[in-house]
Design a binder for this molecule. Structure first.
Ligand code: NAD
Ligand code: LMR
Length: 333
């Protein structure tokens, strides 16, 4: 048994699909390391507390050595008390034919309330990952409603897109994902996102060379496949991605908490400081390196005309989403 004090991790939407994969991985030590005990604070709406009881029984039945305790809540204020990591998963998923931003009105309010609850109850060391869609703008809503929490503690998930891009590139080049580095997703977790291979390395050499400088594949297969993968999963499975989303959330928080590997970077949606011409304050995906529990945007990458126009298209969409949540009154004016 570890000597470390347990760390509290709050997960919202705890009786949902993603949580059903996520909670067990966290309790197994996959997120914070196999010497770090965790205490789970699980939040649900009152109608789902019964189902959540069943999840708790299963967690108990796993006898995870690192699971130091668990509590269930239907009040975000109480769920976030003492939580060093807060994973905001609870939100409605889209169904066939919807875009993620169609969820803005339905889900946005959840993040206003939860942003306020974080502001008033979360401890000083809180770090927040927003998974519920539309993730970037829900993160913006939570962050804008939590003015006392440093902005850099709010992030949204584009790691699933990052992992999807790695997998597609591995498939094309025949090289295992473990030998691909420096992948980047820019912009929004939506169909405008820009998966960028121009800085990626395959076995240490430029990915563009490794794909035979095949622009046709890049523009007509790779980019659209990654952009539309969420919809393809919904089409095939009849429900949105869950295990892969949980896996990406684990990857995101693990790298943020424990650091990115030597020289490599990961994609995280973070509040922009104006880097690469992205409007300050928008929550946009960037290449990030993490150390000591902090992330920083990788600077100095050369962005050509092709990449620039794609990044700008995604940022324009983020701007529209920000204006929409402003006009819905979800963020303070
Ligand atoms: P789900 O419907 O299976 O589960 C969502 C859960 O959230 C439900 O149990 C619901 O009761 C709960 N919930 C609703 N409102 C809540 C609130 N105010 N507080 C706490 N809990 C609340 O959905 P899911 O498949 O687990 O997906 C959850 C969200 O994650 C969706 O918005 C989905 O689109 C999104 N998602 C994001 C990514 C990403 O890459 N960023 C990937 C996959 C899914
Ligand atoms: C995904 O990318 O799989 C999720 O955001 C779910 C969705 O709606 O596409």
């Amino acid at each position: 048994m570890s000597e470390k004090q347990p760390v509290k991790v709050a997960v919202t939407g705890a009786a949902g699909q993603i949580a059903y994969s996520l909670l067990f991985r966290i309790a197994n030590g996959d997120m914070l390391g196999n010497e770090q005990p965790v205490h789970l604070n699980m939040l649900e709406i009152p109608q789902a507390l019964g189902a959540l009881e069943g999840v708790c029984m299963e967690l108990e039945d796993c006898a995870f050595p690192l699971l130091a305790g668990m509590d269930t809540f239907d009040d975000p204020a109480r769920a976030f008390e003492g939580a060093s990591y807060v994973l905001l998963v609870g939100a409605r998923p889209r169904t066939k034919g919807m875009e993620r931003k169609d969820l803005l009105e339905a889900n946005g309010r959840i993040f206003t309330e939860q942003g306020r609850a974080l502001n008033d109850n979360a401890p000083d060391d809180v770090r927040v990952l927003v998974v519920g869609n539309p993730a970037n703008t829900n993160c913006l809503v939570a962050m804008e409603n939590a003015p006392d929490i440093p902005r850099e503690r709010f992030t949204a998930m584009t790691r699933l897109d990052h992992n999807r891009a790695l997998a597609q590139l591995a498939r094309k080049t025949g090289v295992p994902v473990s030998r691909i580095t420096r992948m980047t997703i820019w912009g929004n977790h939506s169909t405008t996102q820009y998966p960028d291979v121009f800085h990626a390395l395959v076995d240490g050499r430029p990915a563009f060379d490794a794909i035979g400088r095949d622009r046709n594949w890049l523009e007509n297969e790779f980019i659209p496949t990654v952009q539309k993968r969420g919809a393809a999963v919904i089409e095939a499975r009849g429900a949105s991605s869950a295990a892969s989303a949980a896996n990406a959330a684990i990857d995101h928080v693990r790298d943020w908490a424990l650091g990115t590997a030597n020289g490599d970077w990961v994609s995280m949606a973070v509040p922009s400081d104006g880097s690469y011409g992205v409007d300050e304050g928008l929550v946009s995906s960037f290449p990030c390196r993490c150390a000591g529990g902090n992330w920083e945007i990788v600077q100095g990458l050369e962005i050509d005309e092709f990449s620039r126009s794609r990044i700008e298209a995604s940022v324009a969409e983020l701007r529209e989403e920000r204006d929409a949540v402003r006009s819905l009154g979800l963020v303070p004016a």
